[in-house]
Design a protein around this ligand. Structure first.
Ligand SMILES: Cc1cc2nc3c(=O)[nH]c(=O)nc-3n(C[C@H](O)[C@H](O)[C@H](O)COP(=O)(O)OP(=O)(O)OC[C@H]3O[C@@H](n4cnc5c(N)ncnc54)[C@H](O)[C@@H]3O)c2cc1C
Length: 315
């Protein structure tokens, strides 16, 4: 183990992206909590990403990757080793037709680097009149996070439109996986080798600007009615159990408004926990555990978290 100092030196010497030491992740997560990362690195291209992943491996340092931090509960003790933030790994390319030119409903292929926000890709698809990603309007994550989580809404999910994934494996090598090599399931995905998503290919269908624009508008307005706005949160805390909704179960057990410290089960949507301002990750995690325990004791239902809880406990 060569340690943090050696890894920081390699990243300074060989990469172009920004490197921060001891940066608090509360400034990079939608829950607005999270302790410091030993090293937080923002690769600017796939080469930077490859070098960083390889260097962490060589130095024997643990590696964590994050996108926009909108599905993460980072504990108050933060992250040891290297945290890679894909926020500077952005860009969209291609809009090549696949199949008959000029035909309505023709398939079109786009790709986006992992840190590109879904909102950016959706704006692009609206301009081009490309349909398929409208369901994701309002999901605040990146393309890489959406692929990893198989983010979904309105009965569709990200895996439905993925045509390939490019990964950087743990040795820093780029690996292109066809859609058939990736297993997308409810709020998750699995691929044959360990790695970080660097770029995603998406197959969309041309349906024209007015159609796509209307569907995006509809998805956004539905979302606005259901979710609390302007507070720290990370979307749905629990996965829906088969045939039911976590929110319905939590609400039926009277847990809306339940609090631990400054963390509260949203009064608007029971499957959301909000940071009322000044909550710690520990408070949010204790509230998550409390809700899960009550659901099991009172309704016999074991709720599984959708949010990813990572890092070390604080003091
Ligand atoms: C207001 C709000 C509404 C939301 N609505 C929805 C919704 O409707 N549907 C839904 O599914 N989710 C929703 N979410 C949750 C979240 O936005 C999604 O899960 C999103 O896909 C997470 O993307 P991210 O970039 O923020 O990932 P992060 O939160 O940064 O990371 C999530 C996971 O993905 C992994 N990851 C991130 N990038 C990569 C990469 N490049 N390679 C490998 N692994 C990676 C991380 O290690 C982590 O395990 C919502 C969240 C909020 C705050």
């Amino acid at each position: 183990m060569k340690g943090t100092g050696e890894l920081a030196k390699i990243l300074h010497e060989k990469c172009r992206g920004k490197l921060l030491q001891g940066e608090h992740l509360r400034d990079h997560t939608s829950f607005r909590v999270g302790g410091p990362a030993d090293l937080l690195f923002f690769p600017v291209d796939t080469e930077d990403l490859s070098v960083a992943v390889k260097a962490a491996d060589l130095c024997g340092m643990p590696l964590f990757v994050m996108g926009n931090g909108t599905n993460l509960l980072v504990r108050d003790g933060g992250i040891r080793g290297l945290a890679i933030h894909t926020g500077a790994l952005v860009g969209i390319s291609g809009s090549e037709a696949v199949g008959d030119q000029g035909a309505e409903r023709q398939a079109v292929e786009l790709s986006a680097l992992a840190g590109t926000l879904l909102s950016g890709v959706i704006n692009h698809t609206v301009k081009l009149g490309l349909s398929g990603l409208e369901f994701a309007a309002g999901i605040p994550g990146t393309v890489g996070g959406a692929a990893y989580m198989n983010a979904g809404a309105h009965g569709s999910s990200f895996g439905d439109i993925v045509s390939w994934l490019e990964l950087v494996d743990m040795k820093g090598e780029r690996v292109r996986l066809a859609r058939s090599q990736v297993d997308f399931f409810y709020r998750g995905s699995r691929w044959p080798c360990e790695g970080v998503v660097a770029e995603v290919g998406m197959r969309l269908v041309y349906k024209g600007d007015p159609y796509v624009h209307d569907r995006v508008k509809h998805c956004l307005s539905e979302r606005g009615k259901r979710l609390p706005l302007g507070v720290g949160m990370a979307g749905s805390v629990f996965k829906n159990p088969p045939g039911d909704y976590a929110g319905r179960i939590i609400e039926s057990l009277g847990m809306k408004g339940l609090r631990v410290g400054r963390a509260e089960v949203s009064r608007k949507h029971a499957n959301v926990i909000v940071n009322l301002g000044g909550a710690t990750a520990g408070e949010i995690e204790r509230l998550v555990e409390l809700v899960a325990r009550k659901a099991e004791e009172k309704a016999g239902i074991r709720l599984e978290t959708e949010i990813d809880i990572v890092g070390e406990d604080g003091l």
